[in-house]
Design a protein. Structure first.
Lengths: 366, 118
């Protein structure tokens, strides 16, 4: 078996579940949202989104995971040794406009994550939710919560974030992540929101919005962090881009380099080509992995990004999750499979113990 | 390989840049702070007329400048007129890409005469 680290799995973060972990006065808001039967990613003041499409019969059902035990069992079932947990509804966290409420809510999520998901089950690790609405407050929280061993990353909510993550207002968050030696993980979701690059309202259906929501978010935020020199100004910061597949990455890498030639004097903060920062401190996670007719083209694409730069993610339990076999069946050598499935992730998420220790965990479970 | 006289030292004062032709080869001659450099008028990027570009300083921004922009080393960089790539005249190196480098012709001054070896 190939040791498998899954860099993106999702926990069901309902307002009612988080309410006991939220301080007053905003706890009442979560209590009042509790029990309402809102659809996925459609909760006022919690996961704000426009619902534009009529239902069409035959769509696959929505799945969620509600306990750490369930998560452990389901990940084991699909062959995942280690999972890094991200929220469900709070994927839309950055679209919440109220800074004080947002900070309270992020704190509630982080407490709940530590208390309900990261205590008992082996092989589950967490990404702290950062709060772009209040970067200083968020940085203080990161400093505090990062002391917990099971926290292995900082999640940067990316759907609807405005301004984009390269803005200098977020420097305190990057500084806190760097000081804690934790990578930041950008994760988006399809959102219709009145901010660049997610103004997707003109498309007739979710098929079209899904094409661009995640990928535009990743491209725009990569450009954003490059043009203000985040990788140069935070020279030890590790940055992971998730949930847009991988094929956008070579395109952006080559395009950034192409125009760096011409416009270097505008971005002197980058003292080397953008691709050089990318090949040292930026990683891309696999899901939703592209499925070209000729799988060799995908392997070639992985090589364009770099064999050390690609990390496996399933996105379990979401509708477009990838089973590990989507990668394992690719025509590539075993050592490259081992890198993508787990070894690369251990270099990014350095707090996750090496496979031998995790192997012991699996045996205990058996 | 032979030495070719292209003028006297007075033809190439500090800060000057001139295009000369030696055996039908176009060569840019630059005097940077009293030192002469001779570069082919062909950009290593897409073969644009490199030496017809302007000579400038450049912008930097790093920890040493406390992340503020600073204009430095005026007169030391040649900008290709086609896509704007900046080359350090003294080394021929493109600032944006260490793999991109323009070669240099040997240039010397002998009894007031400027000579290029080609
Ligand atoms: S040809 Fe000189 S910069 Fe492109």
């Amino acid at each position: 078996m190939v040791f498998t680290v899954d860099c993106d799995v999702h926990v069901n973060d309902t307002p009612g579940a988080l309410a006991p972990y939220c301080d007053l006065p905003w706890r009442h808001s979560l209590e009042d949202l509790d029990g309402a039967n809102y659809p996925y990613l459609q909760i006022p003041g919690f996961a704000p989104n426009f619902r534009l499409d009529p239902p069409i019969r035959g769509m696959h059902p929505y799945r969620s995971v509600n306990t750490a035990r369930e998560m452990r069992e389901e990940l084991t079932e699909i062959g995942v040794d280690v999972g890094i947990l991200f929220p469900d509804h709070l994927l839309l966290f950055a679209a919440i406009p109220h800074p004080e409420y947002a900070l309270f809510l992020s704190r509630a999520y982080n407490r709940w994550l530590l208390d309900r998901w990261l205590r008992d089950e082996p092989g589950l690790y967490g990404a702290l939710l950062a709060c772009p609405q209040d970067p200083e407050g968020s940085a203080r929280d990161i400093e505090e919560f990062a002391r917990e061993d099971r926290i292995v990353a900082i999640y940067l909510p990316t759907a609807g974030v405005n301004p984009l993550w390269g803005h200098r207002r977020y420097d305190p968050i990057f500084a806190a992540a760097e000081a804690a030696d934790l990578p930041v993980v950008l994760h988006s979701v399809t959102i219709v929101s009145p901010v660049f690059p997610c103004q997707l309202e003109q498309f007739e259906n979710h098929f079209a919005r899904q094409m661009l929501g995640h990928s535009f978010a990743m491209m725009a935020n990569l450009v954003s962090i490059m043009h203000t020199g985040v990788p140069a100004r935070f020279p030890n910061l590790r940055i992971v881009f998730t949930e847009a597949g991988i094929a956008w990455a070579p395109y952006m890498k080559w395009r950034l380099d192409k125009y760096y030639h011409e416009y270097r004097r505008m971005v002197p903060v980058l003292e080397r080509r953008p691709s050089e920062y990318m090949s040292e401190r930026i990683w891309v996670s696999t899901q939703p992995i592209e499925e070209p007719d000729d799988p060799n083209h995908l392997v070639e694409t992985i090589r364009h990004i770099g064999e050390d730069r690609v990390v496996f993610a399933s996105d379990w339990p979401h509708h477009d999750f990838d089973h590990p076999r989507a990668l394992l069946r690719l025509p590539m050598p075993q050592d490259l499979k081992r890198k993508i499935m787990g070894e690369n992730a251990l270099r990014v998420f350095t707090r996750i113990p090496a496979p031998s220790a995790v192997g012991a965990d699996s045996e205990e479970r058996a | 390989m032979a030495e070719h006289v292209i003028g006297t030292i007075d033809d190439f004062p500090p800060g000057s840049s001139r295009l000369v032709k030696v055996r039908n080869v176009e060569i840019g001659v630059f005097n940077v702070g009293g030192t002469l450099y001779a570069l082919p008028n062909i950009c290593p990027h897409q073969a644009g007329p490199l030496c017809e570009g302007t000579v400038n300083g450049t912008m930097i921004c790093n920890a040493a400048t406390e992340w503020k922009h600073q204009w430095v080393r005026d007169g030391e960089f040649l900008t290709c007129p086609w896509h704007g790539i900046e080359f350090e005249i003294a080394t021929g190196r493109a600032l944006a890409n260490p793999r991109l480098r323009v070669r240099q012709y040997p240039i010397s001054v002998d009894q007031g005469l400027v000579k290029i070896t080609l």
